[in-house]
Design a protein around this ligand. Structure first.
Ligand SMILES: [Zn+2]
Length: 149
């Protein structure tokens, strides 16, 4: 535990770090409103923006995986239809194998990234809802942003 610069009361180090060394009570007394809750709100809002961006990245990568597989299969079928009769099946077969090899790992990567971002969102929800430094109003504003993204 660290102590507040102004009143000397015990305070958690991270609260002092974001409020230039003073506790929450002194912060409100000095500035009329809490810099701590303001900065915390800002932090959670930014974190939600980051997590939502990651959701989009995950979805995009999943889409790329599907598109890649489709393009390879179409390309393989187009090539197969031009070759001799005996080669057709082999070329199409190889294109399906390539499509699986390229498409499935890409799709799985997208799923993993999307799952990671959902975990981040859930962790943030817990942090916001259980924070002792945010008023119900602050929590409401942050969650409004979380669901409007
Ligand atoms: Zn103080």
């Amino acid at each position: 535990m660290a102590t507040c610069k102004l009143c000397g009361s015990d305070c958690s180090p991270w609260v002092l770090e974001i409020s230039a060394g003073i506790c929450e009570k002194c912060d409100i007394a000095e500035f009329g409103s809490s810099t701590i809750s303001h900065k915390l709100s800002q932090r959670y809002s930014d974190a939600y923006t980051g997590a939502h961006a990651l959701v989009v990245v995950g979805k995009t990568i999943k889409g790329v995986g599907v598109a890649l597989a489709v393009i390879i299969v179409i390309g393989g079928c187009a090539m197969g239809s031009k070759g001799g009769r005996e080669m057709d099946g082999i070329v199409v077969g190889i294109s399906f194998a390539l499509a699986f090899l390229a498409g499935i790992p890409t799709y799985i990567l997208g799923i993993l990234i999307a799952a990671q971002s959902q975990t981040q969102l859930a962790t943030l929800d817990t942090a916001v809802n259980s924070s002792r430094h945010l008023t119900d109003d602050d929590v409401g504003k942050i969650l409004f942003k979380r669901f409007s993204l």
